[in-house]
Design a protein around this ligand. Structure first.
Ligand code: ATP
Length: 234
């Protein structure tokens, strides 16, 4: 369960403050939550609040009862985060080493860790690429590897910030299906309205505020109406 209790984010020096997210109160218990909205509307900020990458400057964020201010490390262990740019997430030379690095956090060492890493890669269909250079992987393979590395840590909640934006249709379908099949609660920031429509709950963010929330069809319709307006200065 994800709780935002008046959680807002203001950045910048006191005389030039920018409100990135207005104080927001939400309780998310649905298994599949999608967040949609225009570029720069505050979606990533909302996503980052959930795993403590960003701390609220007003209010509170709690995940499974853990407060991101008071229990930051525990929140980050509870919530896995997948970035849209897999290159930003993959830090080791090979897929095997990358997953093994994630498994260190679970306390696995030596051969047991390598075996477990290979099992995880096999689960994601990446076992044949275990020892190649990460740079040799396609964008889709990299995104899958980033997901494998995060899921290897067995998070109770998964937050994905535009996990399919850089993928072709085949990979997008694959990763979307994979996310849909996960047991844990998943919050996805996405521009893929078909994927959003399949969520249990959709939040529409605009100008740093949640302006629509609830039934996926209605939320997507509200988003389309918003996007039909010309861009600022357009
Ligand atoms: N540290 C910061 N300092 C100044 N402005 C910031 C900061 N962090 C975010 N912003 C601004 O806040 C707004 C919301 O950012 P955010 O990344 O949450 O948007 P987004 O909806 O995820 O956008 P996109 O779809 O383009 O990724 C943007 O205009 C961004 O430039």
């Amino acid at each position: 369960m994800i709780e935002l209790d008046g959680a807002g984010v203001v950045v910048g020096p006191r005389d030039h403050e920018v409100t990135v997210l207005e104080p927001t109160t939400l309780t998310l218990t649905e298994r599949r939550v999608a967040v949609i909205g225009a570029n720069g509307s505050g979606k990533s900020t909302l996503a980052r609040l959930v795993n403590g990458l960003t701390l609220p400057t007003t209010g509170y964020v709690r995940v499974h009862g853990l407060d991101s201010h008071d229990d930051g490390p525990a929140v980050r262990r509870t919530v896995g985060f997948v970035f849209s740019d897999a290159d930003a997430q993959l830090v080791m030379p090979t897929p095997l080493e990358d997953v093994a690095l994630s498994l260190r956090r679970l306390g696995l060492r030596g051969r047991a860790r390598d075996e477990r890493s290979r099992e995880i890669l096999a689960r994601f269909g990446l076992d044949h690429l275990a020892d190649v250079s990460v740079h040799a992987l396609s964008g889709g393979q990299k995104q899958l590897l980033a997901l494998a590395g995060v899921l290897a840590t067995e998070p109770q909640v998964l937050v994905c910030d535009e996990p399919t934006t850089r993928l072709d249709l085949r990979w997008r379908t694959h990763v979307t299906a994979l996310l849909a099949g996960l047991e844990q609660q998943v919050l996805v920031v996405t521009h893929d309205l078909d994927a959003a429509q399949d969520a249990d709950r959709v939040l529409v963010v605009d100008g740093g505020r949640v302006v629509a929330d609830g039934d996926p069809r209605e939320a997507v319709r509200a988003y389309r109406e918003l996007m039909a307006r010309p861009v600022d200065g357009g």
